[in-house]
Design a protein around this ligand. Structure first.
Ligand SMILES: CC(C)(COP(=O)(O)OP(=O)(O)OC[C@H]1O[C@@H](n2cnc3c(N)ncnc32)[C@H](O)[C@@H]1OP(=O)(O)O)[C@@H](O)C(=O)NCCC(=O)NCCS
Length: 197
């Protein structure tokens, strides 16, 4: 029997589990969580540390990039989940422990690291490079040849102009439009996006 253990019984976890179900690869999908909610649509089998790295596949469904990295790093078989209705170019490279959600589009020549979240209806155009643990939130758009550094969060509904580089450790606010390179970690918001004082 093929079992998938998801870490993180949250709203994000529920969406990821639904994608895993639609992929039809696993016979059983269960969760582990250190602070389990009172009610949850999937069975919770214990806390994160109780979960042995045995025969099961794993997926870390945690939005916080640092926690996602910490837990993903100690699991051997972190699978990538891809919604059947995501559109992905044939030469796109995607690492381990990523999720690509419904309606997302990733175009040709793009490379995506480990533990990356490409959220619902977001797009990553041609020849982009996303480092590990990036999150492209719901409805955000990266134009062509954009580079995003490790653990940066691209906020919901934001846009990054073509050819832009954003360094690691940034938070780009919801609805922001990034038109210049960002070389210093921090929170950026607005149109055009500026660093928050
Ligand atoms: C940018 C962000 C991180 C700032 O969060 P925060 O540090 O808690 O900021 P606050 O809510 O305290 O707001 C601080 C100020 O910034 C403004 N602000 C907050 N978010 C903003 C945004 N996205 N664009 C423009 N201004 C914003 C607030 O209005 C407030 O202004 P004021 O000081 O004049 O009253 C957050 O608002 C955001 O946009 N997060 C992204 C959420 C997201 O993408 N979710 C996706 C889930 S899939």
């Amino acid at each position: 029997m093929k079992r998938l253990i998801m870490i993180g019984a949250s709203g994000h976890g529920k969406v990821c589990a639904d994608i895993a179900e639609q992929m039809g690869v696993w016979d059983e999908i269960v969760f582990a969580d250190d602070h389990p909610p009172a009610a949850y649509p999937y069975r919770i089998i214990g806390k994160t540390d109780d979960v042995a790295d045995g025969d099961a596949d794993f997926f870390v469904a945690i939005g916080d990039a640092q926690i996602r990295e910490k837990i993903t790093g100690r699991l051997k078989k972190s699978v990538t989940l891809i919604h059947p209705r995501a559109v992905i170019g044939g030469d796109v490279a995607i690492g381990n422990g990523c999720v690509v959600m419904a309606g997302a589009v990733i175009n040709s020549g793009t490379t995506i690291g480990d533990g990356v979240i490409i959220n619902t209806c977001s797009s990553v155009d041609h020849d982009c490079k996303l480092d590990d643990y990036v999150h492209v939130a719901v409805g955000a758009h990266l134009c062509g040849m954009v580079r995003i550094g490790k653990s940066t969060w691209i906020g919901a509904g934001s846009t990054v102009k073509n050819n832009i580089s954003i360094c690691g450790g940034c938070m780009i606010g919801a609805g922001a439009v990034v038109v210049q390179n960002i070389a210093e970690a921090g929170t950026y918001m607005g149109v055009p996006a500026k660093k928050r004082k």
